[in-house]
Design a protein around this ligand. Structure first.
Ligand SMILES: [Zn+2]
Length: 436
């Protein structure tokens, strides 16, 4: 079986950026050939070999398969919100060929049986690659460390108690020392739970007006600074998840200047929305960390531009209407993001904040480096490829989503650009109608 992806702008940041054809043979990348030069004169064919199928990618962007390093699949335990299968389908729809599954399932992914289950199930139901992030502490309780060796051996690629912070600094220090020994990063959900108290949205005048309890920026930045300090103490890499505040960006920027082993990610909602999206007590704009102010949003953008923020990850957090159609105080935190992440991020390119190549770095190259997996388009490797139409206008409509859940505040938004084709491990995982 030979598939030719023809005439797209192939971007593999740091190594390739040109109009080219990609030949995929039996699921593997067989050839990448520039087609920009001498095309009209020689009519040189991209390959002498006969192809079974051709995809016209002219005018489109062809990239290594995008990676979302922060996803909450709800299996095992909460399959009514999302299963590994539906999460992978949503990922492919959104242009992702690789996702990292956070450990706050039920039971928690704190032992090799669950890690192995997630990997095996994913292989059975989808071509999308799923890398489990295992828990730091047993049961996410922040008391006892998990068996890191066992978890790494089973396939875990990082450790995190995401959904909860590790409040005990001594335990976090031991966790980082332990993770260093196994050569894996620690992903930190930065939240001082004592300071957060019973806050449900960003602290400030808006929350006061709404009569809702606030969460100050310091809830996040205190822990960002602590975990950078612990990373420097232990010389162990730390990755800061879902950065939402001005102060966190400043702290990470300064730490990077010192040479600290810190990387970070933000989610599209933090550079797209502000606290005002909470509007009429919209629980689909309730998340943790909460949406912040314009000042924070601007600094997140600055952080993306200057490299302080390495990656964009969705923090895809499916919930059913049971958890969301309740009073704001009681509603679950989080929104789905796999099927909106790329389109929302492409608006940064539309607005001239990032180049398309920068964006591919943040959604492929850097996440791959952080979790330690192969990146780029490599001849002979199974094909992980995303084709992006940067010109297509579309309206976000969750009725079209493949995720089981619908919790997000972007319905009706008009956006330019989306994924139109996703190939994972050499298999077609999603094809948009516009490409047929
Ligand atoms: Zn988190």
């Amino acid at each position: 079986m030979r598939l030719l992806i023809k005439g797209g702008r192939v971007i593999d940041p740091g190594s390739f950026d040109d109009i080219a054809d990609i030949l995929v043979e039996d699921g593997k990348i067989a050839e990448i050939r520039k087609s920009s030069k001498n095309k009209s004169k020689k009519e040189k064919k991209p390959s002498q070999k006969k192809v079974d199928k051709t995809i016209d990618a002219s005018g489109k962007i062809v990239t290594p398969g995008l990676i979302d390093m922060h996803v909450h699949l709800r299996e095992p335990g909460h399959e009514y919100k999302e299963t590994i299968e539906t999460g992978c389908a949503a990922a492919a729809h959104g242009g992702f060929t690789t996702i990292c599954a956070m450990p706050n399932t039920n039971p928690v992914n704190d032992n090799r049986q669950i890690t192995e289950y997630i990997i095996q199930k994913a292989q059975e139901v989808s071509a999308v690659r799923v890398y489990p992030v295992a828990a730091i502490s047993k049961g996410l309780k922040g008391e006892n460390l998990c068996e890191y060796g066992d978890l790494k051996d089973a396939g875990a690629i990082a450790f995190s108690d995401d959904g909860r912070p590790v409040m005990d600094s001594q335990l976090m220090r031991r966790a980082m020392e332990y993770a260093k020994g196994f050569g894996l990063p620690t992903i930190s959900h930065c939240e001082d739970m004592d300071l957060a108290g019973k806050g449900v949205m960003n602290e400030g005048a808006f929350a006061t007006k709404m009569g809702l309890r606030g969460i100050p920026n310091a809830v996040e930045s205190i822990m960002v600074m602590r975990d950078i300090a612990l990373s420097e103490l232990t010389d162990s890499p730390v990755h800061i998840a879902h950065v939402s505040t001005f102060e966190s960006v400043c702290a990470i920027r300064e730490a990077k200047k010192r040479g600290a082993r810190v990387t970070s990610e933000t989610a599209p909602h933090y550079f797209t929305l502000t606290e005002e999206a909470v509007g009429e007590y919209n629980t689909n704009a309730k998340m943790n960390p909460p949406l912040r102010t314009d000042r924070d949003r601007n600094e997140i953008r600055n952080g993306l531009v200057d490299g302080t923020i390495d990656a964009i990850a969705s923090d895809h957090a499916p919930h059913s209407s049971i958890e969301k159609e309740v009073e704001f105080d009681l509603a679950a935190n989080g929104i789905i993001g796999l099927e909106t992440s790329l389109s929302l991020s492409l608006q940064l390119v539309v607005e001239g904040v990032l180049t398309i190549s920068d964006l591919v770095e943040k959604m492929h190259t850097h996440p791959a480096a952080i979790i330690g997996i192969q990146n780029g388009l490599k001849i002979g490797s199974l094909a992980d490829i995303t084709i992006i139409d940067t010109e297509i206008m579309h309206e976000i409509n969750s009725d079209n989503f493949l995720s089981i859940s619908r919790n997000m505040p972007f319905n009706g938004m008009q956006l330019k650009g989306k994924a139109v084709f996703t190939m994972a491990q050499g298999k077609v995982a999603y094809t948009d109608d516009s490409l047929i």
